[in-house]
Every structure is written in structure tokens, then in C-alpha cells.
Design a protein around this ligand. Structure first.
Ligand SMILES: C[S@@+](CC[C@H](N)C(=O)[O-])C[C@H]1O[C@@H](n2cnc3c(N)ncnc32)[C@H](O)[C@@H]1O
Length: 275
């Protein structure tokens, strides 16, 4: 049975709400930030990409269409994955993109599989170092990670933190930029940097225009609004929170590279063998 037939908006957690709506760009900066970041990452057609926490697949399908590379998108939410598959089918990129249900904490891929692991607004809700270690495992040596996440520009007063958690879930935990970098370095990545750091004061009308273009979101939105009177107030509450407290937040692309394993000298190999 579809989620909308079993749950009311007021019972849905934030991820269930996003999945039910089928929103394609639910991350800071919206789709314009995705485009800016993908161009900074210079993805090549021969690269194999993982989109971790892919949502309804907008970014993965866009990457397939524009670059022509092969991509796997994974998400823990089945409804998201179903919508992502519909999107790939409709946009004619099913031969390049595959979507699967999976947990980023335990990825169903062998070590050293991908050239690029990208993520957009997922690690902010999770144990960052644990997830980054899993990204590290599935990346090939010299493979890159690029994670678009919300950052804290100054400390959040406890009351604002509480409201953040009410709007986006109790595990929502944005870090200052330097702590994002530390988390990636702690997982073993090198050349860690934040690309395109910016305040959250993005042009919301640009984002709205992009959302309006997303057929997967708009196709039955009117029906959803009519049938679930709590939908608009809930969306408005989240939007009002961001508007009121946006000066606390920024976002950027947390980037790093998995180093090539060091070649051991003969002496080191003997030492490893003996001890
Ligand atoms: C804020 S949404 C962002 C979705 C998409 N990346 C985007 O930018 O539109 C976060 C996504 O992460 C997924 N997610 C949350 N926890 C996850 C986990 N442990 N493993 C995989 N996906 C997860 C949610 O289902 C949701 O689709």
C-alpha cells in the first residue's frame, strides 16, 4: 500500500515526507548548488559514480544525461528508490543509472568499486566518520568524495537547535566547516577541502523555479495538498525556520581523495610478516 494511503502528514518523519512528495533536490542550495558542484567535480564519462542517499534520483539522472557516465543511486527509503527508477525510465537514462535500496552505513558494494562517491544532505543526519569510512572503503584508490552538506556558521542557541530538530528530525546535526573537513580526514581522506562554501542566503525564487520544473514533484501535488490539510502548514513551518535563522547556516561541498596505498619496502614487509 502506498505511504499516502497509510500515513497522515503529521505522522510522517522528515524523510517519509520527502519520499511521499518525491522532491528531487532536498538539500541546501537546491538544484543550482548541484549544478555548481558537479561542474567543480569535473566528472568524466568513463567514471563510475555512487550517489549515496540519492532521494528521487534528480541528480543521478542529470549526471547521466549531461555526462553519460554510469551511476548507482542508493537510498534507504523504498518509495524514493521507486520514484528514482520512474524518473530514470521517463528521462531515458535507465541504461546508465541503477537505483537500489541500501543503507550508507553498510553499502552493498565491494572495496575499491567507484571513482566518485557523491552525497547531498544525508551525512548531516548520520554518524559522519562512520559513513565517510564506508565511502572510503568503496572508493578506488585516488577516488574522490564530494558531499554537499549544511554547515554551521556560528553556534546554535539550544532553542534554535530544538526547532531545527523539530523541523528536520532529531538526528539533524550540521557541523562547522572545519569539523566537516576533520570528519573526512579522520576517515582517511587526503586533500580535504570545502569547495563552493557559501551562506544559506540563496535565492529562494531560483530554487522554487527549479522545483516547479520537477514533474515527479508537481504531478500530483495539488491532490496531496487537498487531501492532507497539514501538508502546507508543515512545509511552511520548515521554510519559516530557515528564513528566520538562515544567518546561522551555510553549505559547501566537502571534498577529499582516497590515497593510493603506500608500497611497502622490503624491510617493512619483513617487519609486517614478523610482528
Ligand atoms: C534530505 S534527503 C536528500 C536526498 C537527495 N540526496 C537530495 O539531495 O534530494 C536525505 C535522503 O537520505 C536518505 N537516507 C537517510 N538515511 C539513510 C541511510 N542510512 N542510508 C541511505 N539513505 C538514507 C533518505 O531516505 C533521503 O532520501
Amino acid at each position: 500500500m502506498a505511504l499516502e494511503e497509510t500515513k497522515r502528514v503529521e505522522e510522517m518523519n522528515y524523510f517519509e515526507l520527502l519520499a511521499w512528495l518525491g522532491i528531487g533536490s532536498s538539500h541546501p542550495g537546491g538544484f543550482p548548488a548541484t549544478q555548481q558542484n558537479l561542474s567543480a567535480m569535473q566528472v568524466k564519462p568513463e567514471e563510475y559514480v555512487l550517489d549515496a542517499g540519492c532521494g528521487s534520483g534528480l541528480t543521478a539522472c542529470y549526471l547521466a544525461k549531461t555526462i553519460g557516465c554510469k551511476i548507482v543511486g542508493i537510498d534507504i527509503n523504498l518509495q524514493m528508490v521507486e520514484k528514482a527508477c520512474q524518473r530514470a525510465e521517463k528521462e531515458g537514462v535507465s541504461h546508465l543509472v541503477e537505483f537500489r535500496v541500501a543503507d550508507v552505513n553498510n553499502l552493498p558494494f565491494a572495496n575499491d568499486s567507484f571513482d566518485l562517491v557523491m552525497a547531498e544532505s544525508i551525512t548531516v543526519f548520520l554518524d559522519k566518520v562512520k559513513v565517510y569510512r564506508e565511502f572510503y572503503r568503496v572508493l578506488k584508490p585516488e577516488g574522490r568524495v564530494a558531499d554537499l552538506e549544511m554547515a554551521l556558521l556560528r553556534e546554535l542557541p539550544p532553542s534554535v537547535k530544538l526547532q531545527l530538530e523539530e523541523c528536520f528530525g532529531s538526528s539533524t546535526n550540521p557541523l562547522p566547516f572545519d569539523e566537516w573537513s576533520n570528519a573526512l580526514a579522520q576517515a582517511g581522506f587526503q586533500d580535504v577541502e570545502i569547495k563552493n562554501p557559501q551562506p544559506l542566503r540563496t535565492n529562494s525564487s531560483v530554487i522554487m523555479n527549479e522545483l516547479k520544473k520537477d514533474w515527479l514533484l508537481v504531478k500530483d501535488l495539488a491532490h496531496k495538498v487537498t487531501n492532507q490539510p497539514s501538508l502546507l502548514p508543515r512545509l511552511r513551518k520548515n521554510a519559516d525556520f530557515i528564513k528566520k535563522y538562515q544567518s546561522y547556516f551555510g553549505f559547501g561541498l566537502v571534498c577529499g581523495r582516497k590515497p593510493t596505498p603506500k608500497k611497502l619496502s622490503f624491510k617493512d614487509r619483513i617487519r609486517q610478516f614478523l610482528f
